[in-house]
Design a binder for this molecule. Structure first.
Ligand SMILES: Cc1ncc(COP(=O)(O)O)c(C=O)c1O
Length: 380
């Protein structure tokens, strides 16, 4: 890879698609492509033409797959209609009916729900175990196990996964490894370089970066991405051209957004640590030497009323997503982790006092002032 990360983040569009030499990639807002005659159309099926019908592929969705693959240093990438669609396509690319997945127990609630409930309809079983404990993974490996699945930085408690450790177990037992790299972003972790087979992103988050698109991306080897693409096409999990275009536009500023957001998050985490009304601050310290991501979670101390805290915020809004340029807060217990069984939530530490903060690009002192003011006002 000769070009650096920042250069690759703005130069990923395939030049031959740039009709009329427009500076940016046009939006191919079309459901299909036209042909001069039947022989010309045949060329698509013979692999000589790239596009026939947008569900099968489109220059804008291809751009997104290519852009993220380049940043992750993966051979290939494919866009999907959401992060969940990318997860499903990745799983179905490597797991068949009758086979088994071992997944980390501290996953995003939507992924937990898909794995715990929906995959059973495909004849796929899942064991959820603590990935902090290697023996739990080893003890769960069965004859039909094919995949280890985890998040590089977990949602919402921001545990940094030992991806190398997970990969080394997978290699020993001939399993695939799939990593959700949404929270870390390719700037702070590149799981493919650590040996993972597949990496997914909810591009709805930092890849898009502006909270105006729902999208997913899956990257990995050419062979696995081709298999996943077949699932995306057959199951109709494709992304629309405009959404892909928006995500690509967002991708171009990923470095500068993430650097600023991660710096703000670090400063906020330090301020919260010295706030006596906060009993615990979750902020990674070991993700990368470039930064530790832009998510901070905090446990409000006893005697601080959560409802009053949320009501006391003035310009920081309560939004059940993350990763935009604006700082937002959410309440995992009643949103992202609502469907996770109570017992597991208790075990993980997803409590009634837990608040998840997605730190934006504002002035850091404004974020701290607003946050601390709301916490103090919520003191009973
Ligand atoms: C870590 C993680 N992975 C996957 C998803 C699912 O992404 P999407 O909402 O784009 O389907 C989310 C959504 O919040 C998430 O936080």
């Amino acid at each position: 890879m000769s070009l650096g990360f920042n250069t690759r983040s703005v130069h990923f569009t395939q030049k031959e698609n740039m009709k009329n030499m427009s500076k940016t990639q046009p939006i191919y807002q079309t459901s299909a492509f036209a042909f001069s005659d039947l022989d010309d159309m045949e060329k698509f099926y013979e692999g000589e033409k790239d596009y026939l019908y947008s569900r099968f592929g489109n220059p804008n969705t291809d751009d997104l797959g290519r852009g993220v693959a380049s940043l992750e240093e993966a051979e290939a990438g494919v866009a999907a209609s959401s992060g969940m669609a990318a997860i499903l396509a990745g799983v179905l690319a490597v797991v068949k009916p009758g086979e088994h997945i071992i997944a980390s127990e501290d996953l995003y609630g939507g992924t937990y729900q898909m794995f715990a409930v929906e995959l059973a309809n495909f004849g796929i079983t899942v064991s959820f175990v603590s990935f902090e404990n290697e023996s739990e993974i080893l003890n769960s490996i069965k004859e039909n196990t094919v995949l280890l699945y985890t998040e590089s930085v977990s949602n919402p408690l921001l545990r940094v996964e030992d991806v190398k450790g997970v990969v080394s177990i997978a290699r020993k037992y001939n399993l695939y490894t799939m990593i959700d790299n949404t929270f870390a972003t390719p700037l702070f972790m590149q799981p493919i370089k650590l040996g993972a087979d597949l990496v997914i992103h909810s591009a709805t988050k930092y890849i898009g970066g502006h909270s105006d698109v729902t999208a997913g991306v899956l990257v990995g080897s050419e062979e696995l991405i081709n298999k996943a693409k077949t699932k995306i096409v057959s199951l109709g999990c494709n992304l629309s051209p405009f959404e892909a275009w928006l995500a690509c536009r967002g991708l171009k500023t990923i470095s500068i957004r993430m650097e600023r957001q991660a710096q703000n998050a670090k400063t906020l985490a330090e301020a919260l640590q010295s706030c006596e009304e906060v009993s615990k601050v979750y902020y990674p310290t070991t993700l990368s030497d470039k930064g530790n991501g832009a998510m901070v979670s905090m446990e409000l101390a006893e005697g601080v009323d959560v409802e009053t805290y949320f009501k006391s915020l003035s310009w920081i809004r309560i939004v059940p997503t993350l990763a935009g340029v604006e700082t937002t807060v959410t309440y995992p217990l009643r949103t992202s982790h609502r469907t996770v069984p109570d017992e597991l939530r208790q075990k993980l530490g997803i409590t009634s006092g837990l608040v998840r903060i997605s730190v934006g690009i504002e002035d850091d002192q404004d974020i701290i002032d607003e946050m601390v003011k709301a916490i103090k006002q919520a003191k009973k």
